[in-house]
Design a protein around this ligand. Sequence first.
Ligand SMILES: [Zn+2]
Length: 57
Amino acid sequence: MAQDPVCNMNVDESRAGATSIYKGETYYFCSANCKENFEKEPEKYVKETGGHEHSHH
Ligand SMILES: [Zn+2]
């Protein structure tokens, strides 16, 4: 199960309404509408999770 980064809904990869590849990662969306919002401002929705590499503050 993937998570729609726009509305935070759980999305089944095989039933996703839309997908987008951003920085080599595939994102799954419940609908094309969420994908559009994501593509307008992907950085707003993509959160750096895990602390690999970017650990300076
Ligand atoms: Zn959505």
